[in-house]
Write a protein that binds this ligand. Structure first.
Ligand code: SF4
Ligand code: SF4
Length: 88
């Protein structure tokens, strides 16, 4: 699911339901309450994509790499402030 924010960025949050183990860590730690986990399976769902800031907290904290966050600039490019860490 994706949304353009007020700066023209397009933010996309994807949950891979095949990898999600319903731990609800992402739901608890999302500062904007974007994510929910409903019964009976409690798999994470994107409920309020319009509130997402693209902070990637959910992606960083998910122990099963089940959430992917993509933030693109107005021209469709990655904003320059987004950096990859841990590379060679
Ligand atoms: S943190 Fe990951 S495994 Fe846990 S509920 Fe969220 S998406 Fe699923
Ligand atoms: S990127 Fe941040 S605001 Fe958006 S769903 Fe993940 S934790 Fe919540």
């Amino acid at each position: 699911m994706s949304t353009p924010d007020h700066r023209g960025r397009r933010i996309e949050v994807q949950v891979n339901v095949g990898l999600c183990r319903s731990c609800k860590i992402c739901v608890e730690f999302c500062p904007e309450e974007v994510l929910v986990a409903r019964p009976p399976l409690f798999v994470a769902e994107v409920a309020r994509i319009e509130a997402c800031t693209g902070c990637r907290m959910c992606e960083f904290l998910c122990p099963d790499w089940a959430i992917f966050v993509d933030v693109r600039g107005p021209a469709g490019r990655k904003p320059s402030r987004i950096v990859t860490v841990g590379g060679c």
